[in-house]
Ligand binder design. Structure first.
Ligand SMILES: [Zn+2]
Length: 562
């Protein structure tokens, strides 16, 4: 039995090193930290000891199970099964890491769990099964066979040098407590542990969403309903920072089409609006419901969802998303889609976009779905709400726009002290903005002759090294991660009918606003009031009262912007 236990321990320890090793060999540049941290945060020990403690735990726990079997032979079969299962999971992890930079993580498990279509799986393997895949499989099998084959010898060696190994173990624990938390910049965890953790996590998320979605009651209490605008449109952007948009910064002409709308007096660009947080995960619920930054409770059922307000007010609601379905981060968005009469997710994947975003499509794939709805469903009702969630400027910028939108080049970048690769990345970031400008206009063009309004807001911003960092995240927030565009577009017919509202919008564009209260603005534009609506929270309302804007952990925006 010692042989099997030894082999399993060694394989578990080695497999924990998979992520850093594969990343180095396959030149995977950036693994989002959450992928690695989530599973390892389970353990209290530092990372070096972590691998060993986990290996012992795995072996011990699984070993205990094997005691259930009385017969030695059955035990052996059990261990061989565990060993093979480990090998399989290891191959899956190396494969996904090298092909997509995707480690075993909650999003990855949800993709797999949701991919129940045999053709999808078959197509996937046909696409990615190549020489490197064969190398990964044979390499893993060979190493695993060597470990199994020599495990008795290794066991004997450890047994004969017990003191040394105990010494090494204690030293590693001490070292890890001293503060060494990463190996090669990445933390480590055995794939089998991550798989167990992720499966548990996925079941929990699915359960929560099912619980939230099972209640179909619309609790909105309308107090005033003057809604008569046939088309209300709400577009949620992604990672778009105000600083690089042509309408806010004349350095780069990245929003020519929207600029034209601003010039014609149909679009209004708010200059002092910030997002309430700096990651998609944190913004969706406040953006889509009456929850705001001051809210203490986490009971989501307390806040009326925006879609429920509109359906109660006589609208039929549409959800068109180029994000993925069901994730931890976006489950509120997915939930919101279930409250709509019609919903389309163009990305044929589910999981978490932070990690699967490169499997998503260009935003224009949403337009045919919109056309289809306009042609077939819109005539059914006189009032329609369209909600969009676009991929916009999501990380992996070059994947966001078609080649024909490669408008900016590195040579166009005017930032001081930028290296070539930084210029390259900023140019492609600008191209995502240039492309979003086009997408917004494509949507607007479909409604410009109707009575309609559109609200566009980015979920959060993005820093491009202005404060030394590139990207965005829930922590280490900079002002660039929260300073976002808020655009309100109104059609000529809407302007004619609602001159007073348009006047209010014009007056509001420079007022300090935070998007956790956006729902009140949208209700003002639609002329609906509900029990949870509060005019003092709507920047386009004459009763608006500016509030202190607290972004993250008590961090005040006014301090951040200095
Ligand atoms: Zn985002």
């Amino acid at each position: 039995m010692k042989k099997e236990i030894t082999a399993l321990s060694i394989l578990t320890i080695l497999s924990a090193l998979l992520v850093p090793i594969t990343c180095v060999i396959c030149k995977v540049d950036k693994i989002p930290s959450e992928v690695i941290y989530l599973p390892t945060s389970l353990y209290t020990f530092g990372q070096y000891a972590n691998l060993i403690v986990t290996a012992i735990l795995v072996t011990f726990v699984f070993g205990l199970f094997s005691l259930l079997f009385y017969f030695e032979k059955l035990k052996k079969i059990y261990f061989i099964f565990l060993y093979l299962l480990n090998i399989f999971i290891i191959i899956v992890e190396i494969f996904c890491l090298s092909k997509f930079g995707l480690a075993i993580s909650p999003p990855m498990t949800s993709i797999m769990a949701d991919t129940n279509n045999f053709l999808e799986v078959k197509g996937f393997f046909q696409t990615y099964f190549d020489l490197s895949a064969i190398l990964i499989i044979t390499g893993t099998l060979l190493i695993s066979w060597l470990i199994w084959h020599y495990s008795q010898k290794i066991y004997d060696f450890v047994e004969n040098n017990k003191k040394i190994f105990i010494g090494i173990f204690i030293a590693l624990v001490a070292l890890s407590l001293y503060g060494t938390h990463k190996i090669g910049g990445l933390t480590c965890s055995p794939p089998i542990m991550k798989t167990i953790y992720c499966a548990k996590y996925w079941l929990k998320v699915k359960g929560n969403l099912a619980k939230l979605s099972s209640d179909k009651t619309n609790r909105v209490e309308i107090t005033k309903n003057n809604a008569d605008t046939p088309f209300a449109i709400f577009v949620i952007g992604e990672s778009e920072a105000r600083h690089f948009m042509g309408m806010y910064n004349t350095k780069y002409d990245s929003t020519p089409l929207c600029n034209r709308l601003i010039d014609s007096g149909n679009m209004f660009a708010f200059t002092d609006t910030i997002s309430m947080k700096s990651s998609t995960a944190q913004v969706m619920t406040p953006l889509l419901s009456f929850m705001d930054n001051t809210t203490e409770t986490t009971d989501l059922t307390k806040f009326d969802p925006i879609v429920d307000v509109f359906t109660k007010a006589g609208y039929q609601a549409f959800w068109i998303s180029n994000h993925e379905k069901i994730t931890k981060d976006l489950s509120y968005a997915t939930y919101m889609s279930t409250r709509c009469n019609y919903s389309t997710f163009t990305a044929k994947i589910s999981g978490n976009t932070e990690f699967t975003s490169y499997l998503c499509l260009k935003d224009e794939v949403m337009l045919p779905h919109l056309d289809n709805y306009i042609k077939n469903q819109v005539p059914q009702k006189d009032k329609n709400l369209f909600c969009f969630q676009i991929m916009g400027s999501h990380i992996r910028y070059p994947d966001r726009y078609p080649d024909s939108f490669r408008h900016f080049k590195a040579s166009d970048i005017k930032e001081d002290g930028f290296k070539d690769n930084q210029k390259e990345l900023l140019a492609s970031y600008l191209n995502t903005i240039y492309y979003t400008d086009y997408i917004l206009n494509e949507i607007i063009n479909r409604f410009k002759d109707q009575e309609a309004f559109l609200v566009y807001v980015s979920d959060h911003g993005e820093e491009m090294w202005q404060a030394g960092f590139q990207g965005h995240g829930p922590t280490n927030v900079s002002k660039y991660m929260v300073e976002i565009p808020l655009l309100i577009w109104v059609s000529d017919k809407y302007k004619e009918k609602n001159p007073q509202i348009v006047e209010q919008i014009k007056e509001a564009i420079n007022k300090p606003f935070m998007t956790d209260n956006l729902v009140h603005v949208i209700l003002d534009l639609a002329k609906i009031e509900t029990k949870q609506y509060d005019a003092t929270k709507s920047v386009v309302n004459e009763k608006f009262i500016p509030r202190e804007r607290v972004v993250v952990d008590g961090l005040k925006y006014e301090a951040l912007r200095k």
